[in-house]
Ligand binder design. Sequence first.
Ligand code: ZN
Length: 455
Amino acid sequence: MRFYFSIFLLLFTTSYMSCQSEPEHVDYFANNAFGNPIVGNAGEYYKGVTYITYQGEKEDPFVAAYNHAEKKWIGPFKAGTSVLGKKPGKKIDNHGKPTLILDNEGYIHVVFGGHGGSRALGENALGNYNGGKQIHVKTKNPLDISSWEEVDNISPFGTYSQFLKMANGDIYLFYRHGAHRSNWVYQVTKDNGITFSPPVSFLKTKPVEDSTMTNTYDSWYTDLKIGNSNEILVSYNYHLCRSINNVHIGERHHCYFMVFDTAKNEWRNIKEETLKIPLTKEYADKMTLAVNTGSRWNHIGSIGLSHDGFPIISWYEGADNKTRHGAPKQLVNYQWDGSKWIGGNTNLPVEARGEMYIDEDNNLGYLLDSNNNTEGELAWWKSYKSLNQFDKTQALYSHEGSKFLMSNFTRNAHDDARILVTQKIKGTPYSRIYLLGENGPITRIKNEAITIKLD
Ligand code: ZN
């Protein structure tokens, strides 16, 4: 009897399943990414799951996760509440985009919401003010993104917050300690985010040495990556911070390089000379200047390390002009060859931006965004012969619409989840957000991916 019943059940289940149509899947996992929703270190793969963060509705940080074995999406959940993004009608600030890291006990940490902070938060001894508040939240339970609590253990005066985790579990939080006229600092935690060191300055802001230039300051932008073992690679450019007729000038030049050996607590230049921190403009020019871009303006790009241990620096460079952020820019890169920096201009598409990678054969490449007016595209570019000549080797993903924005590569990435990208939904301040890997996007059932109605 039981046998016949089982056969019946099997036939019934099979025919039932074949009648059911597959639910519609989409390439994105959420549609509530807001403004310019992602930046820098926003994802980590840990024990079978990729965890990611982005700026969502009202500039609050959201966190989602993907379980690779179960092929299952979790979230997104709101992880905290930003001070930014709460005044209706105000321009989207976009400086408080979240950064994410997991500690060695599996708690997930997110820092977000800073754009220099305000006087109401106290005295900023290391810089000036703008708005927002740098906030640290962590999950209430390990590996569970559904509930979060705020932890009051970092400075509120942050901008461009970035987590970096070392092999020994120490977690560094890097940021600019305020608005433009502020030192760059780090705070480190050696107890899984329970306590952080006080901020340590490594790049100094101050009035420029030329006393004929009034109300003009030395300022900096950085890129930071993990290098060999205990080292953090730091590239940076110089921002001459001033206004003309009350219009702020976004003038930035040059590229500097140095290394932070976290085991020895020592900073070194490319010649292995020890540096005193924080570096001033004059000291940085003398000890760490890699390439002088002359009158040409730049935005800092990504930094990397070849498999034989030589650093590679990159930035986006264009002609000097007096518009707010300068002329269209093209990727420029240089590599240390043991005695000098070699490289220069590239044939990469103008205005394309992206992430640097080094393949198994030690070829330098980039994952770059581009747009041909109708379609955004992400593609791999690789250089086989020189640092000036790149070939487009493979398109990773394309979709009708604007350019994609990209995070840094996921920490410890699974092949299916290398990077987080977003694309604007036309006519709204929102974007669709995608988790992409070697096989393209990780799809999701459409109803679950639509996290807000945008009619
Ligand atoms: Zn400035």
